[in-house]
Design a protein around this ligand. Structure first.
Ligand code: FAD
Length: 437
């Protein structure tokens, strides 16, 4: 039976992980005068963290208004594009707006090693205690209730009223709390990313931007070689983040290695000119939870709450994860503040967390896309057949060769019917509508 006699090792709240979820929770709690400690396994927050990475203004601004004036951000995103790729071509859609070039902005590229450290320092300024280089190894329980954590340090047991588990996608603690046994490979994507350095002027010339303006390009089609997933190209100040993510189950099925896939993607004739001459200084890999709404069991219990990636709160359709982490960290903190007023840290006392999440954009969006995970697994042809067809159709219509446009239209329709029967086309259209409506 664990003992709680060492009172000096008791905090009101223990937060595990100084990513956006954990740091947000610690910031909000410390600001409310609550005695909170964050344990982070990295040398400093962000030192081990991987993201594309687009940081959205909204949830962070709710915590630190006007944060963009002092946070270490890379570029302010003014244009977002989608490239649908075939073997040697791309159909582009995008949106660029001068209004995104002004305060309060929409989103930014960030380097997590810089941003997470800055953000955690802000939580420390509010009064949170940050302990780096400390792995939380397990939860301490008494009569089924979480009452503390075991850290990897000598005499490292620390006690608390409530633990906020924010240790990311591969959360050992969430597993231990019974949240999930092992994430099935079809509910998690493996992402790889190269950070390619280029002079600032070259980046601005290639992406048609100036000063701190930035561009994002999402990629789907041939680059994933039929696997469910996609790629991205994001501009930083003096580097470009290039990466892709596909379901782990597809990597296992096909035997394709992420390393080969990203190399091939970078040699695609449409992508290569953007990164040519650049130097790859970082290669990283990370998991992304993509199970969606139906893969999320209870996010709280006696003495604990789970937030961010550890709780599988990610929206892969809109590549949003950091904002879900921040918003869920805030909801976790507000739940704890309420529980403290009532002195009730039981599962019932912490169930308010579920209400806050259900009322927020987090669960509303995840519910909207609850069928997407299954759709991606069952319809991998969407990632190859249609991108190829869209490019062929565009090529046909754009090529000026004396053939009347009506005939071209007929040729395109025939081509589509050769690729997919009418019944299957109707089925696909229905499935798309049902999954994304
Ligand atoms: C390649 C890639 C691209 C992405 N692109 C985007 C994007 O463009 N925009 C976006 O919004 N989201 C993106 N995401 C998702 C986003 O990164 C995550 O949703 C977000 O980081 C989740 O935040 P978190 O705080 O829950 O977890 P993390 O950011 O993973 O933080 C968890 C923290 O816990 C620490 N930790 C883990 N275990 C322990 C332990 N036992 N003890 C102590 N500390 C521990 C870790 O070191 C880490 O600091 C991307 C993800 C990947 C992999």
């Amino acid at each position: 039976m664990p003992s709680k006699s060492e009172e000096e090792l008791k905090f009101d709240v223990i937060v595990v992980g100084a990513g956006p979820a954990g740091t947000t929770a610690a910031y909000v709690l410390a600001k409310a005068g609550i005695n909170v400690v964050i344990f982070e396994r990295g040398k400093y927050p962000g030192s081990k963290n991987v993201m594309g990475g687009i940081l959205y203004r909204k949830p962070t601004e709710d915590i630190i208004p006007g944060f963009w004036k002092e946070a270490p951000l890379e570029r302010n995103i003014i244009e977002q594009k989608l490239w649908i790729l075939s073997k040697d071509s791309a159909v582009n859609v995008g949106y660029r707006s001068a209004s995104f070039d002004k305060e309060p902005y929409n989103c930014f590229t960030v380097m997590r090693a810089h941003f997470d450290k800055w953000f955690a320092d802000k939580a420390v300024e509010q009064g949170a205690l940050l302990i780096n280089e400390t792995v939380v190894e397990s939860l301490i329980k008494e009569n089924g209730k979480v009452i503390g954590v075991k850290t990897g340090r000598e005499e490292g047991d620390v006690y608390t009223d409530v633990v906020i588990i924010a240790d990311g996608v591969n959360s050992l603690l969430a597993k231990e709390a019974g949240f999930h046994p092992e994430i099935p490979p079809e509910k998690v994507a493996l992402a790889v990313k190269d950070t390619i350095f280029l002079p600032k002027e070259k980046i601005e010339e290639r992406f048609n931007i100036t000063h701190n303006q930035g561009v994002t390009i999402e990629l789907i089609g041939q680059i994933t070689q039929g696997m469910a997933g996609g790629g991205f190209i994001y501009t930083n100040k003096e580097s470009i983040s290039v990466g892709l993510a596909c379901l782990c189950s597809d990597f296992m099925k096909t035997g394709i290695t992420p390393y080969d896939l990203i190399n091939q993607m970078e040699s695609h004739p449409v992508i290569k000119p953007l990164i040519e001459g650049g130097e790859i200084k970082e290669y990283s890999a990370h998991l992304i939870p993509e199970g969606g709404y139906d893969a999320i069991p209870s996010l709280y219990g006696d003495g604990y709450l789970i937030a961010g990636d550890a709780a599988m709160l990610v929206n892969p359709v809109h590549r949003e994860g950091s904002n879900y982490a921040t918003a869920s960290g805030m909801s976790a903190a507000n739940t704890v503040i309420r529980a403290k007023e009532r002195n009730d840290f039981s599962a019932k006392g912490l169930s308010h967390y579920k209400t806050l999440l259900e009322e927020s954009f987090i669960m509303k969006d995840l519910k909207k896309y609850r069928r997407v995970s299954r759709f991606s697994i069952e319809n991998s042809h969407m990632f190859s057949l249609y991108p190829e067809f869209i490019n062929q159709a565009a090529h046909e219509m754009i090529t000026v060769d004396g053939v009347p446009k009506k005939e071209k239209q007929k040729k395109i329709w025939k081509l589509l019917k050769r690729k997919r029967s009418l019944t299957n086309l109707i089925k696909d259209a229905f499935n798309i509508w049902r999954s994304f409506k």
